[in-house]
Design a protein around this ligand. Structure first.
Ligand code: NAP
Length: 172
């Protein structure tokens, strides 16, 4: 499978690592553009880099792992018909205050899904530390396997996203 990743920080890089180890094709993107990702490419052999638009064109499944305050920066039309794996969390001290979230009137994924109205948004990877993605993956059946949390409207997409992660470091 091809996986486009928006955000090449702790989460984006570690998810890319898992995906590559599992045999998927990966394109990473960030805010500053592909030229700033040369060190990422050398540390993640086999990964491709591109602009955010190229990453969205590259794949049907897109991981979004950026500071939540920037969620509107990705044009909705680029993600029309795509599955978006939403790893983002809201930290007011980092993202600035968003009143509807502070008042618990909505959720980060609902805001994202409203913005990306043509995409299927699945919340996943947000409740695990980036470092644990690499350390805690276990094969199917292991007693200490951590079940990933995933939430979204499409049951099949949700379980696919969860299953890929739970399958361990070699099987995103
Ligand atoms: N770190 C964790 O353990 C962890 C765990 C669960 C969830 N999360 C959540 O996952 C998200 C990412 O966290 P992180 O720790 O990976 O952050 P990070 O290390 O700070 O990396 C953020 C990445 O997002 C990119 N970015 C920022 N704005 C962008 C935009 N408008 N378009 C495209 N790319 C953009 C940055 O690009 P530049 O480098 O070019 O600025 C950077 O590559 C956050 O919402 C965080 O709360 C993090």
């Amino acid at each position: 499978m091809k996986i486009g990743i928006i955000g090449a920080g702790f989460m984006g890089r570690n998810i890319a690592h898992l995906a590559l180890a599992a045999g998927h094709e990966v394109m990473l993107s960030n805010a500053r553009g592909p030229k700033s990702l040369s060190s990422v490419m050398s540390n993640l052999p086999g990964s491709q880099v591109g602009t955010v638009e190229q990453a969205t064109q590259f794949a049907e499944v897109i991981v979004l792992a950026i500071p939540f305050e920037h969620y509107r920066s990705v044009p909705a039309r680029w993600l029309e018909g795509k599955t978006v794996l939403d790893a983002n969390n809201y930290y007011p001290e980092r993202d600035g205050h968003i009143a509807v979230l502070d008042r618990f009137e909505t959720t980060t994924s609902r805001l994202l899904a409203e913005h990306l109205h043509g995409a299927r948004v699945v919340k996943v990877f947000n409740a695990i530390l980036a470092q644990d993605l690499l350390q805690d993956g276990r094969p199917r059946g292991a007693a200490d396997r951590r079940p990933p949390r995933a939430a979204g409207r499409g049951g099949r997409r949700r379980s696919q996203a969860a299953g890929r992660h739970a399958a361990g470091p070699a099987r995103l």
